[in-house]
Design a protein around this ligand. Structure first.
Ligand code: CMP
Length: 138
């Protein structure tokens, strides 16, 4: 069953650095997403560690958090029917090398770390991630 959902999207430092912010936002809009909220910020490594806590046991955790906090990012709340899955499909596979034709990571991603965008992986995590960026402290 389809239902209206919200998901958190981040345009990562590699894409902001290459001035791809507007192009990527346009892709979301062309694919039927409404951008309900957005903010451009740079976060501290300690904040990135909180955001990516689910990955804390992974060997790439420290580099991942250093990377997310290395430059400005754009955090957005996206809304459409089945937004979580629709956004994951539009982003493509985590590794740009494996990403599908027409996906954002295929088009813009540089490597598994510099893969240009992040998107929530479930409705439950979307709520947590939206709160993280838009509720209080950031
Ligand atoms: P993202 O969707 O932001 O979620 C976690 C990030 O970890 C992922 O995108 C990748 O950029 C990064 N990452 C780095 N190495 C790996 C790996 N081996 N497997 C999965 N994700 C990785």
């Amino acid at each position: 069953m389809s239902k209206i959902e919200q998901t958190l999207s981040i345009i990562k430092p590699d894409a902001v650095e290459r001035n791809l912010e507007n192009e990527i936002k346009e892709i979301f809009k062309q694919n039927g997403f409404s951008i309900l909220k957005e903010k451009k910020i740079q976060i501290e490594k300690s904040e990135a560690e909180k955001f990516y806590k689910v990955h804390e046991t992974k060997p790439f955790y420290s580099d991942l958090c250093a990377y997310l906090s290395s430059g400005p990012i754009v955090a957005m709340v996206l809304e459409k029917e089945n937004a979580v899955l629709a956004n994951r499909n539009l982003m493509g596979s985590t590794n740009p090398k494996d990403a599908e034709d027409g996906s954002i990571r295929k088009k813009y991603g540089i490597s598994i770390d510099k893969n240009s965008v992040h998107g929530s992986d479930s409705v439950e995590n979307a709520k947590i991630e939206i709160d993280f960026f838009f509720k209080d402290h950031l």
